[in-house]
Design a protein around this ligand. Structure first.
Ligand SMILES: NC(=O)c1ccc[n+]([C@@H]2O[C@H](COP(=O)([O-])OP(=O)(O)OC[C@H]3O[C@@H](n4cnc5c(N)ncnc54)[C@H](OP(=O)(O)O)[C@@H]3O)[C@@H](O)[C@H]2O)c1
Length: 343
C-alpha cells in the first residue's frame, strides 16, 4: 500500500529537503505541497533542484489542504505548526520539524519561546536510549533541532554510561547558513558570511540550549547543565559540533571509547569513526549519516567529542523520514542514504 504524504513549508529549506528525500522513497506518494506567500506558484520556482516535482502547484497551508493524507510533515516557523497540528486528525501521523512539541518543561518553553506550551510529542531521534520504542506506532513526532541532534549524538553515550560530570558541559557548534532558513536576512548575505565565522546566541540564550539539556538529563538520570555556543560558518549545509565534558573519577580512555562503541554498534546512521580519524562536514552533505570521533584529554580530565551532520538531512528532513519509517513499521532506512557528496 502506498502511503500518501502532505508536505507543508514546501518552499523552504526543511520542506524542500523533506520533498527531495520523499521523492525517492519507495513506499510514498506525495500529495499536497503547501506553503504561505508562495502559494499559487509552481514548486519548480522555489525548488528548481526537485525536477520530478517542478510542475506541482504549491497550495496554502490549511487544514483542508493537508487533510486526507496518511502523513503530514510540518516544516513551518514555530507557532504556525502548533496551530495547524492541533486541528489535524489524531489518527494521521504528523511530523513537526519545528520546535513546538520538543520540550517537556512548559516553563523552559515559555522562557525561550515566549508563548504558551503546545505539549510534548515523542522525540524523533531514534538513536537515543528508548526513543526508537517510543516512536513505534506514534501518531505525533517532534523532530529534534539540528544543533540538539549533533549535540545529543555526541554526548549521550557518556551520560547514559554514567561516565561524565553533569555540571561542566561545554558545546560549540558551527552551522552552515541554511540552518537559519531561506527568508532574506541582512546578516546572512553572502558578503557578511563568506570568508569568515561569527558566534551568535552567546551566553546561554540560544533556544536549543534547553532541548540539549533535556536530552542529556534524560540520559544521565539527573540534571545536566550545558553551556552552548553556536557559530555561523561560510557553507550552505552542515554542522560540526564539538562537545566536551569533565569525566568522573576513575574514567579512562578505554572506558570512554567502549561506551560510545557500544551505544552506536548497531546503528545504521551513526558511526564512531576509526580511532584517529576526525569527522568533517563534507563527509555527510546530502546524507542521513552522523559521524563522530572522541578523545580523552587527560590533562584537562575531559572527553572531547566531535560530531558532524547535514543540518537539513539527519538534522531535520532525514531524521523526520527515519522517524516516519519507524512509526509506520517500514524499513527504518527506506528512502535514506548514508552516501555524502564530498568534496
Ligand atoms: N533549516 C534547518 O536546518 C532546520 C533544521 C531543523 C529544524 N528546522 C525547522 O524547520 C522549520 C522550517 O525551517 P526552514 O529552515 O525550512 O525555514 P524557511 O526556509 O524559512 O521556510 C519556511 C517555510 O514556512 C512557510 N511559512 C512561513 N510562514 C508561514 C505561516 N505563517 N504559515 C504557514 N507557512 C508559513 C514558508 O512559506 P513561503 O515561503 O511560501 O512564505 C516556507 O515554506 C522551522 O521550524 C525550523 O526551526 C530547520
Amino acid at each position: 500500500m502506498t502511503i500518501s504524504v502532505a508536505v507543508s513549508g514546501a518552499s523552504g529549506y526543511a520542506g524542500g529537503e523533506v520533498l527531495r528525500i520523499l521523492a525517492n522513497h519507495p513506499e510514498v506518494s506525495i500529495g499536497a505541497i503547501t506553503a504561505h506567500s508562495s502559494a499559487g506558484t509552481l514548486l519548480g520556482a522555489a525548488q528548481p533542484h526537485l525536477l520530478s516535482l517542478a510542475d506541482r502547484e504549491i497550495t496554502d497551508t490549511t487544514v483542508e489542504n493537508l487533510a486526507g493524507h496518511d502523513v503530514v510533515f510540518l516544516a513551518l516557523p514555530h507557532g504556525a505548526s502548533a496551530e495547524i497540528a492541533a486541528q489535524l486528525d489524531p489518527g494521521v501521523l504528523v511530523i513537526d520539524a519545528g520546535a513546538d512539541h520538543r520540550l517537556s518543561d512548559p516553563a523552559a518553553w515559555e522562557k525561550f519561546y515566549g508563548s504558551a506550551h503546545a505539549g510534548t510529542w515523542p522525540y524523533g531521534l531514534p538513536e537515543l536510549p528508548g526513543q526508537r520504542e517510543a516512536l513505534r506506532g506514534a501518531r505525533r513526532i517532534a523532530v529534534p533541532g539540528c544543533y540538539p541532534t549533533s549535540s545529543l549524538l555526541a554526548l549521550t553515550p557518556g551520560f547514559a554510561a554514567g561516565l561524565l560530570e553533569p555540571d561542566d558541559v561545554v558545546i560549540v557548534s558551527a552551522s552552515g547558513t541554511s540552518g537559519a532558513g531561506k527568508a532574506a536576512k541582512a546578516h546572512l548575505l553572502g558578503s557578511e558570511v563568506m570568508g569568515g565565522m561569527s558566534p551568535y546566541g552567546v551566553g546561554g540564550g540560544h533556544r536549543h540550549t534547553p532541548e540539549i539539556e533535556q536530552g542529556l538529563s534524560d540520559a544521565a538520570g539527573e540534571q545536566v547543565s550545558v553551556s552552548f555556543t553556536p557559530t555561523l560558518a561560510p557553507m550552505p549545509r552542515g554542522i560540526l559540533t564539538t562537545a566536551t565534558a569533565k569525566v568522573r573519577p576513575g574514567t579512562d580512555a578505554a572506558a570512554l571509547r567502549a561506551a560510545w562503541e557500544q551505544a552506536y554498534a548497531g546503528e545504521h546512521f551513526v558511526r564512531l569513526l576509526p580511532e584517529g580519524q576526525w569527522p568533517a562536514t563534507k563527509m555527510v552533505v546530502g546524507s542521513n549519516y552522523a559521524a563522530l570521533q572522541l578523545a580523552f584529554d587527560a590533562h584537562a580530565n575531559r572527553v572531547i567529542v566531535s560530531c558532524v551532520i547535514d543540518n537539513l538531512a539527519k538534522g531535520t528532513a532525514g531524521g523526520a523520514v527515519q522517524s516516519m519509517n519507524i512509526a509506520l513499521g517500514l524499513e527504518e532506512t527506506a528512502g535514506l542514504t548514508t552516501l555524502g557528496v564530498a568534496p
